[in-house]
Structure formats: C-alpha cells, structure tokens
Design a protein around this ligand. Structure first.
Ligand SMILES: O=C(O)CCC(=O)C(=O)O
Ligand SMILES: [Fe+2]
Length: 124
C-alpha cells in the first residue's frame, strides 16, 4: 500500500530488483510484473508517470481521462479509484526492463491511496 498527502511523491524507480531476492528456503525471485491499483483518488495531480514509454504507434485515440502524453515525454496515469495499471518488469531473459522506470508525481491536494501486486518469477 502507498498513501500520499499533499507534497508527497515517489521518485523515479523500477519495481524489479537489480539482483534476485532470496527467500529463507533458498528460492530466488524477481518481480516479473506490477499491478498498481488506485484505491482512493480524492486528490489533485499525483499521476503515475512513465517517462520512457512512447505512444507513437497507438492504433486508436486514447481516453485522455485514463492516461495522457506528458509534456516532458512519456505517459502519465491519473489516479482513478478502481482503475489499475499493469506492466511487465522483466525481459524474456529475466533481466530488468529499463523502459518501465516510473514515478508517483507529487500529490498537490487531498489523498491518494494505492496498492501494489507484484507477481514473482522464480529462478530455476
Ligand atoms: O504512486 C505511484 O503512482 C507509483 C508508486 C510506485 O511506483 C510503487 O509503489 O512502487
Ligand atoms: Fe513502483
């Protein structure tokens, strides 16, 4: 769970681990994908921002309320309670994909609450 009050943000990062995480039973894993679910959207701004995702070849006009092209490049998803963003974190060879770097832009007013679900890929 993440919760933001006015002025709070989450700086640019990726959700995948640079090195595999190790469990007590010895298994090692990374976060293959992310589901980011907005639970509370009673706020101004606070978009989830992906600076390296381009929309150049979109086949249809997107709904601007769901996401928009950011003025600095990339795309941004405004928090809408009940909506979720899904993306894949790892390349086919298991290493992290830099294109899914993202940030939680500052919340200017109100509260934003959201939940992360991180399915795992285990090393064999
Ligand atoms: O708050 C956001 O929009 C992004 C949060 C995030 O990236 C995370 O919790 O890993
Ligand atoms: Fe994240």
């Amino acid at each position: 769970m993440v919760r933001y009050q006015p002025g709070q943000k989450f700086d640019l990062h990726h959700d995948w681990y640079p090195t595999l995480q190790r469990l007590k039973d010895g298994r090692r894993f990374n976060r293959i994908a992310s589901f980011f679910v907005y639970l509370e959207d009673d706020c101004a701004e606070g978009e989830t921002y992906f600076p390296y995702i381009e929309t150049g070849n979109l086949q249809r006009i997107p709904d601007e309320r769901k996401f928009h092209v950011h003025e600095d490049g990339g795309i941004a998803f405004p928090p809408i309670a009940g909506n979720a963003v899904f993306w894949v974190n790892l390349l086919a060879n298991g290493t992290g994909d830099m294109r899914v770097m993202h940030a939680g832009l500052p919340v200017v007013e109100g509260l934003k609450t959201a939940m992360n679900l991180w399915p795992r890929r285990y090393a064999r």
